[in-house]
Design a binder for this molecule. Structure first.
Ligand SMILES: O=C(O)CCC(=O)C(=O)O
Ligand SMILES: [Fe+2]
Length: 387
């Protein structure tokens, strides 16, 4: 898949311009930064974003892109849905019940190729600014170049790309539907001055028409709903149309009242009025596999309280280890080809609305997977770190 995106990024401006500058809900978009209209100077990257489910879309060139991306999307969707099943089970929730609430049979899935050309400029720090993803889970494949970091216990921690592995990030809608039991993981990408980084991210979310709110089974007196319901399509549009500011979109639908946790209920009663924000992600909930404690951080201005001792939902391990991404087409990403990307110029980098050329003459580092002919991606690393 990386290879197909590499060819796509390397195509001429004329071939790509068709997909540039559209609406955030257009099924195929090519651009620069996060949202070309709002944050040109903040994210040093190019992207291709394609909606692949419930309707499958594809660019027409490169010619093999359609087949490869269809195959990749189907495999990763199967993994994502299997992981979600394990999560529902761990929380003691009825699978059918939650699938209905999120309308998962017509779940939304997008496929994003990210290209971060090497760059050195003291004014631009990030390939991708700190953010959380909008969906339920994001499955991420990287080309082996460092840069990705996640926020863990208020510190940014580098996540080493593991060869042949897909990393899983928990996203905003998992936090919403589980009423904050699972936290969307904050992540960012630092710029690399030497080599280009590439990643393929596929996010699986509820149906675009689902109005998502905390599932009633997880709402009670001790844990009142921490988010308001919102249609996923509206959330997506809002999140994608604005600058990404950490968990800005999620915070907008955070409830600011009725916080009555013990043992801090007294303190929390004092901070019922806005702008109290609950559930800033300090721990990726999937880290619960390793850590049985889930921290919920409640913040109001400078005030931080930690509510601990909530038992973390167990993950059904079998679900994680029995499913893996197996490219079924020989043309897929693991086929070696050297170098992946050479000498061509990309016109995609723009600043303040002007398109300017960016030479990407440095070859991309070959993904570790490419070195081992015929190997499949066999492991899934959960987005988190072990201490
Ligand atoms: O390139 C990466 O590793 C991260 C990409 C990402 O966060 C995203 O596409 O949402
Ligand atoms: Fe992301």
């Amino acid at each position: 898949m990386l290879e197909a995106f590499t060819v796509l990024f390397g195509m001429s401006y004329d071939e790509k311009v068709l997909y540039m500058g559209g609406h955030v809900l257009d099924p195929i978009r090519i651009g620069t930064g996060f949202n070309s209209k709002t944050d040109l100077d903040m994210c040093w990257k190019h992207y291709v974003k394609i909606f692949v489910h419930p309707e499958f879309h594809s660019v027409t060139k490169p010619l093999n892109f359609r087949d490869i991306s269809k195959d990749y999307s189907e495999c990763t969707r199967a993994i994502g849905l299997e992981l979600l099943k394990a999560i529902w089970e761990g929380l003691g929730m009825e699978e059918s019940h939650i699938n209905e609430a999120l309308k998962l049979s017509s779940c939304f899935q997008n496929l994003t190729g990210n290209l971060y050309p090497p760059y050195q400029n003291p004014d631009i720090k990030f390939g991708f600014v700190p953010h959380s993803d909008h969906g339920l889970l994001t499955l991420l494949y990287q080309n082996g170049v460092d840069g990705l970091q996640i926020k863990h216990q208020d510190r940014w921690v580098s996540v080493k790309p593991l060869p042949n592995s897909i990393m899983v990030n928990t996203c905003d809608h998992l936090e919403i539907v589980t009423n904050g039991k699972y936290k969307a993981v904050l992540h960012r990408v630092l710029l690399n001055t030497e080599v280009a980084r590439m990643s393929v991210a596929t996010t699986i979310g509820p149906s675009l028409d689902a109005i998502v709110e905390p599932i009633p089974d997880l709402v009670n007196e001790d844990f009142p709903a921490v988010f308001r319901g919102m249609k996923y399509r509206d959330y997506l549009e809002q999140q994608q149309s604005n600058s990404l500011v950490e968990k800005g979109a999620l915070n907008l639908i955070s409830c600011t009242k009725s916080l009555s946790f013990s043992p801090f209920s007294q303190d929390l009663n004092k901070i019922r009025s806005p702008p109290c924000v609950i559930s800033v992600a300090t721990i990726s909930p999937l880290l619960c596999v390793a850590s049985p404690r889930l921290a919920i951080t409640v913040r109001r201005a400078q005030l931080c309280l930690s509510v601990l001792n909530h038992r973390a939902p167990p993950i059904r391990r079998a679900a994680i280890s029995t499913t893996s991404y197996k490219p079924s087409k020989p043309s897929d990403l693991i086929r070696p080809r050297s170098p992946l990307y050479k000498g061509s110029a990309s016109h995609l980098v723009s600043a303040k609305g002007r398109l300017r050329r960016c030479s990407a003459s440095q070859p991309l580092v070959r993904p570790p997977a490419a070195r081992s002919r015929g190997r499949t991606a066999t492991s899934i690393s959960i987005s988190s770190i072990s201490k």
